[in-house]
Structure formats: C-alpha cells, structure tokens
Design a protein around this ligand. Structure first.
Ligand SMILES: [Zn+2]
Length: 63
C-alpha cells in the first residue's frame, strides 16, 4: 500500500475515516486500534489499523 495514493479508490467509509484504508476493516463493527494515516481528497482524516499502518510504513521505508 502506498500512503501517497490516499484519496483514490477509497470506499465512502474509508474516505470518512470509518474504515481501514489498507484492509477495509469497518471500525463501526470491528474494534481494533487505529491511527490517522493521512487525509482523503475531501479533507477528512483517514485511518488504518495499527498493524496495517506499521506494514505500510515498513514498505515505504524499503523504497
Ligand atoms: Zn487494517
């Protein structure tokens, strides 16, 4: 996952910060720790599960 791509291809829930932008977990139904990872094109803050956010950071660090 490339965090620079946030804003394209997100579901409405993801764009509203209600779901993980990486794995799509619905935070209204699935209670997992999540962290802000950026903003959607609409300016809403978007989130990823702690685990997903770490994975994304690791991938970015390799490049
Ligand atoms: Zn996730």
């Amino acid at each position: 996952m490339n965090l620079n791509d946030i804003g394209g291809g997100l579901t409405p829930a993801q764009a509203d910060g209600l779901a993980c932008v990486a794995c799509g977990a619905d935070y209204l139904h699935i209670h997992v720790p999540h962290v802000p990872v950026g903003r959607s094109v609409t300016g809403s803050q978007v989130f990823a599960c702690v685990g997903c956010a770490l994975d994304a950071r690791d991938e970015r660090g390799k490049r």
